[in-house]
Ligand binder design. Sequence first.
Ligand SMILES: Cc1cc2nc3c(=O)[nH]c(=O)nc-3n(C[C@H](O)[C@H](O)[C@H](O)COP(=O)(O)OP(=O)(O)OC[C@H]3O[C@@H](n4cnc5c(N)ncnc54)[C@H](O)[C@@H]3O)c2cc1C
Ligand code: FES
Length: 272
Amino acid sequence: MAGNIYIGEVLENEEVQENCFLMKLRTAPSFDNPVPGQFVMIRIAGLNDPFLSRPISIYSFSRNEIFCTIDLLYRVVGKGTQILAGLIEGSQVEINGPLGNGFDTTSVRKNIVFISGGIGIAPLSMLIESLSSKSEISSSQMIMYPGFQSISAVVGLEKVDRLCSDMNVCTDDGTVGEKGFVTQIFKKDIRQFKPEDTSIFACGPRGMMKALAEVLNKSKFICQVSLEERMACGTGACMGCAVAIKDKEGAMSYKRVCSDGPVFDLNDIIWD
Ligand SMILES: Cc1cc2nc3c(=O)[nH]c(=O)nc-3n(C[C@H](O)[C@H](O)[C@H](O)COP(=O)(O)OP(=O)(O)OC[C@H]3O[C@@H](n4cnc5c(N)ncnc54)[C@H](O)[C@@H]3O)c2cc1C
Ligand code: FES
């Protein structure tokens, strides 16, 4: 799906944590309401370099009759995100979106568990906000496991802290919360949850997702994960983001993270 291209105006672009920015964009009211887990491809408007468009999850979204506001929470890791971090109020960006499938929330269960690694908290934050406004899940409890490398990487907790009944922050070095990888911390608690009562949603780096697949191996938990693969076109045209997936019969095929995902059933992903 190619999405639609919009011009966005930067309203704010604040460094909220070391190397981590919250960008607020204003765009046209015709921008479709995004599903949590969808993303935009963003680059500076008018820039000719087609390789400088980057996928960033929609962190928050609102609209009024005149414009839509899109919030992006992003970490600076290389050239593209460095350019974004340099944008000042009034700068114009080109946004293609909303893109991808997003999380499926049609049948969430009594316990809703969110597991994030680093900036993977961004799409989960929008999901948590969206679920908390649904009356059908008012009897569910939302439990969050946000993992970060260290205290200096902790970001995005304020909003989810208000909305989740249980927060289990952890860091690799123990500078905040429990010490350890988020998958290890979740593994210690896993007996509290019954697969038939639990929906799991996760987003983080590939290594974390793979470790989560090992933790949940052969269990009956249903877990949707949003993958953060590198992308080129972002719209399904180049196969640059392909991942190996097994179908219900166990046969392998390649799916595009940008257009078939970024959200997949964890059990369907082939890691090696
Ligand atoms: C669907 C989706 C949603 C995303 N949402 C967010 C978000 O909300 N916030 C956010 O900060 N980031 C998000 N990302 C990741 C973000 O797109 C990359 O960090 C960004 O494209 C890096 O571009 P760059 O030019 O700054 O870095 P590059 O110069 O391209 O790369 C710099 C370094 O980062 C590594 N790298 C680049 N991209 C990735 C990646 N996707 N996974 C692992 N390593 C990578 C490279 O190997 C290299 O070492 C998302 C990615 C996807 C696919
Ligand atoms: S990035 Fe081109 S097909 Fe996904």
